[in-house]
Write a protein that binds this ligand. Structure first.
Ligand code: SF4
Length: 95
């Protein structure tokens, strides 16, 4: 049996993770007016749903240019940036 392990870029697991998904709204937006919307040069972090009164943080991870700013600058260190594609090498299945 042949198992295709083709690695499409659209299928990448998210490399930007929030330790606590409630923090961007409960703390970052409330106290600091969501700084991730300003320090990210690629517009990855977006507060959406404010008009409906249900703000949430949308992460456009596909726009990320891997500058690592969010990993350093998040006020609560809630954002965990990891190297995309597990270090960059191709992932060969066992033959
Ligand atoms: S690593 Fe840089 S470009 Fe990517 S999400 Fe963080 S701040 Fe934005």
């Amino acid at each position: 049996m042949f198992i295709s392990n083709t690695n499409h870029s659209e299928d990448q697991p998210p490399h930007l993770k929030l330790k606590d998904p409630a923090v961007p709204i409960a703390i970052n937006l409330a106290r600091y007016a969501a700084p991730e919307q300003r320090y990210c040069p690629a517009g990855v972090y977006e507060i959406v749903g404010q008009d409906e009164g249900e703000p949430r943080l949308q992460i456009n991870a596909q726009n990320c240019v891997h500058c690592k700013t969010c990993d350093i600058k998040d006020p609560t260190q809630n954002i965990n940036w990891t190297t995309p594609e597990g270090g960059g090498g191709p992932n060969y299945p066992n033959m």
